[in-house]
Design a protein around this ligand. Structure first.
Ligand SMILES: C[S@@+](CC[C@H](N)C(=O)[O-])C[C@H]1O[C@@H](n2cnc3c(N)ncnc32)[C@H](O)[C@@H]1O
Length: 250
């Protein structure tokens, strides 16, 4: 029988999730497309893990990047990467996003699969407040999170995309656990638990803390992804996209 990975092993293995087709050919290009030109921008990346997006933003000539993550192991690895690359303009901070003070007035704040960790309406509201106070006027918040606009989470639906998402006992109430299993080629299995939240909770929280606009945006399959796998491959994802972007303006 295969050994069940412990928390540390899962954290380390998660980097391989960036290889799966939906992350590589849909998520990452969609995020870069919606952020536009990053040259000279100050960016705060919430739930930065080992800094994948932070280093990407640095490569795209952002002026300053701050990454925040609650996991000491992830921040340690991010700092090791920074040291090895000799990068100066990224800072990594170990902290629960909910406790984050005002660090600066950022042009852009990103959070890739963070909001889906919130178990209650209060947590969503606290995170929205933190984002609001760290953005400059007209600053942009861009997030990629689980798409709870549809309730089509059945086992094996996404198996072609090397991810499995199911909601225990079909319980779509706020805070209900969402079981995610990511299966990158030849790189073990990654298990994560997230939490269901009615999309209207996010809309209300962001409106209540003062954001002047809040939009749900579908991700775009890159031309590279279409060429590599063919249009038919993406049909199930298009019918039941498991992720979605949020773009909010302060
Ligand atoms: C699913 S991973 C996503 C990481 C990265 N953004 C990516 O897309 O690859 C979620 C990350 O959020 C972090 N996290 C969860 N809750 C957090 C919180 N309240 N404050 C800061 N980081 C948190 C975890 O430690 C983990 O690194």
């Amino acid at each position: 029988m295969k050994k069940i990975p412990n928390e540390e092993e899962l954290e380390i293995m998660y980097d391989f999730s960036l290889e799966i087709p939906t992350r590589k050919y849909v998520e990452e290009p969609s995020i870069l497309m919606h952020l536009g030109n990053l040259k000279g921008k100050k960016i705060l990346d919430l739930a930065c893990r080992t800094g994948h997006y932070a280093f990407l933003f640095q490569k795209k000539e952002a002026e300053k990047i701050v990454g925040v993550d609650i996991s000491p192991r992830m921040i340690k690895l991010a700092n090791r990467k920074k040291e090895m690359l000799g990068v100066q303009n990224i800072e990594f901070i170990e902290k629960d996003v909910k406790d984050l003070e005002k660090l600066d007035e950022f042009d852009i704040i990103t959070s890739i699969f963070l909001l889906n960790h919130a178990k209650s309406e209060e947590e969503v509201r606290t995170i929205a407040e933190v984002i609001y106070k760290n953005l400059k006027e007209d600053g942009i918040f861009l997030s990629c999170t689980f798409n709870f606009h549809h309730k089509g989470y059945i086992r094996d639906r996404y198996k072609n995309y090397k991810i499995d998402i199911s909601i225990k006992e079909d319980d779509y109430s706020n805070g209900s656990p969402v079981n995610i299993e990511i299966i990158p080629d030849q790189h073990g299995r990654i298990f994560i638990t997230d939490y269901f939240m009615d999309p209207r909770v996010y809309e209300k929280a962001f409106r209540d803390v003062g954001f002047k606009s809040f939009k749900w945006i579908s991700l775009t399959i890159s031309e590279e992804g279409k060429e590599k796998f063919g249009e038919k491959y993406w049909e199930e994802y298009i019918a039941y996209p498991y992720d979605i972007l949020i773009k909010a303006i302060k």
